[in-house]
Design a protein around this ligand. Structure first.
Ligand code: AMP
Ligand code: MG
Length: 481
């Protein structure tokens, strides 16, 4: 880490869009979690000494060359415009080059108060830091675009939430922390020169192929539309629900960012709401595609000094095509089909209807389906359904479609590569958190192993592929973090 060369592009190129802030250290730091894959992407062949990780990523000491800043942004939170948000409890430490030679942001979350903390204490609790860490690992394992996390550092610094908890920090690594809300901030304040500066920065660093287009900003916006659509299609395919899709939590690069009260659904339920405080279900599973579009409209407005209404309209028209296109590819693969044909709809929806009415587990159902032999009249799965006849009927329609397609074994193999056996269920994160709160961190490390290879059989971790325990149904994931 000491050899990292900081090139602080945001600090140097976007003066006036941030405040310089030094981290406020947490006390008695201990290493809670470390990601080897993130470390390797940053050129760390081996895990650095815990004492060094604790020193640099708990706010006690800055790495040479780091110039920490808190970024300002705004955002639509639950549909309401909030004119000023920003890094209220996180600092951008600067940029370094990753193994591929690309600049990446190092962001220290939980580093104390900033000018954008509003009424907050600038801290992140151990519980939410572990949840973010594990989700970064889980989504990476599923090849869903996401920010990464290098490590979590725990402490004995007390923080008050619903109850007294302890503070932690998380070192987040991302190609960019640019959010829709960054553009909204400068647009709504009428600071259109800054808006342009920000858009030029984005073009230069993240959308270089748009620069030579006749309309660079419109081309960039269109790419954001498509990336966002594809991200959400990927979420939908595995039942991931972000929980707080405010525009300040939307990445310009189409990455999953700002993990809070997210959830992977267990039993299939289109209206699944992981966020206990989201009473209206604005950010339920089924709403995500629509909310993605709504958020892009907010971004279109923010970019309106640079992208005409006609251009943004045209770009937005790509949203549905991109989302449905990617979603139907993913669905085809989940069902072991080469492609979804026009008259497949009823058969495909049939399984979701059955799952929904019986609360059958989304992940397990598709994984089991991947093991069935479609040459057989009966599937062993039928015993799992209350509506046995309903499932049998569905099975007949499904197997005939697969038989008609041919290449049965090949497509079965494809299904096993597409339908994860392991996902990060809420109860798994909860167990890891409770152990960590008593000073034991090996459950986190175990989950990292499991979640890094979600499609592989891992006999030693079979228990994590089971149905979640009953107690987990009553787990409430609060917004407080
Ligand atoms: P989030 O819901 O975590 O995405 O945060 C929304 C906004 O609230 C962001 O501007 C955060 O920086 C800020 N925020 C959240 N928690 C805290 C905290 N404990 N202290 C200061 N600011 C916070
Ligand atoms: Mg946020």
């Amino acid at each position: 880490m000491e050899t990292w060369q900081f090139e602080n592009s945001w600090f140097n190129e976007l003066v006036g869009t941030y405040s310089e802030v030094s981290p406020d250290a947490i006390s008695n730091p201990t290493l809670v979690a470390y990601s080897d894959s993130t470390g390797r992407s940053l050129g760390l062949a081996e895990q650095p000494a815990a004492a060094d990780l604790c020193r640099y990523f708990s706010g006690h000491q800055l790495l040479a060359g780091s110039q920490p800043i808190a970024q300002v942004y705004a955002g639509h939170q639950f549909g309401q415009y909030v004119p000023q948000l920003g890094d209220g409890r996180g600092l951008l430490l600067g940029q370094i080059r990753n193994q591929q030679g690309d600049l990446v942001d190092l962001h220290l979350k939980g580093a104390g108060q900033t000018p954008y903390s509003r009424f907050g204490d600038g801290r992140a609790v151990l519980r939410s830091s572990i949840r973010e860490f594990l989700a970064s690992e889980a989504l990476s394992g599923l090849t869903i675009p996401t920010t990464q996390a290098l490590c979590v550092i725990g402490s004995d610094t007390p923080v008050q939430r619903e109850e007294l908890e302890s503070a932690a920090t998380l070192l987040r690594v991302s190609d960019s922390h640019l959010r829709f809300g960054h553009f909204e901030f400068f647009y709504h304040r009428n600071e259109h020169d800054k808006l342009k500066q920000l858009a030029d920065f984005a073009l230069r660093h993240h959308f270089p192929d748009c620069i030579d287009q006749p309309e660079p900003y419109a081309a960039m916006f269109q790419q954001v539309v498509v990336k966002t659509a594809q991200l959400i299609a990927k979420w939908q395919a595995v039942g991931f629900t972000h929980g707080v899709m405010n525009t300040d939590n939307m990445s310009l690069l189409g990455l999953t960012i700002d993990y809070g009260p997210y959830g992977f659904m267990d039993g299939y339920q289109a209206g699944y709401i992981p966020n206990h405080s989201d009473h209206g279900g604005r950010y339920s599973y089924a709403q995500q595609p629509g909310i993605g579009h709504w958020n892009l409209q907010c971004l279109a407005l923010a970019l309106s000094p640079l992208v005409t209404k006609e251009q943004s309209q045209l770009a937005l028209e790509h949203y549905q095509t991109a989302l449905l296109g990617r979603y139907s590819q993913l669905m085809a693969a989940k069902f072991g089909l080469n492609e979804i044909q026009q008259n497949d709809g009823e058969m495909l929806n049939g399984l979701f209807t059955l799952m929904q009415s019986e609360g059958q587990d989304l992940t397990r159902t598709f994984r089991q389906l991947s093991h069935q032999d479609v040459n057989q009249q009966h599937s062993a799965m039928e015993d799992d359904w209350v509506d046995r006849d309903g499932f049998r009927q569905w099975w007949q329609a499904y197997r005939q479609r697969r038989i008609a397609q041919g290449d049965i074994e090949h497509w079965q193999q494809q299904m096993l590569l597409t339908n994860p056996k392991y996902i990060l269920r809420n109860y798994m994160a909860q167990q890891a958190i409770e152990e960590a709160q008593s000073g034991r961190f090996d459950e986190i490390a175990r989950l990292q192993q499991v979640l890094a290879r979600p499609y592989d059989e891992q006999p030693e971790y079979e228990q994590y592929a089971a149905l979640p325990p009953d107690w987990s149904q009553h787990l409430e994931i609060s917004c407080s973090s």
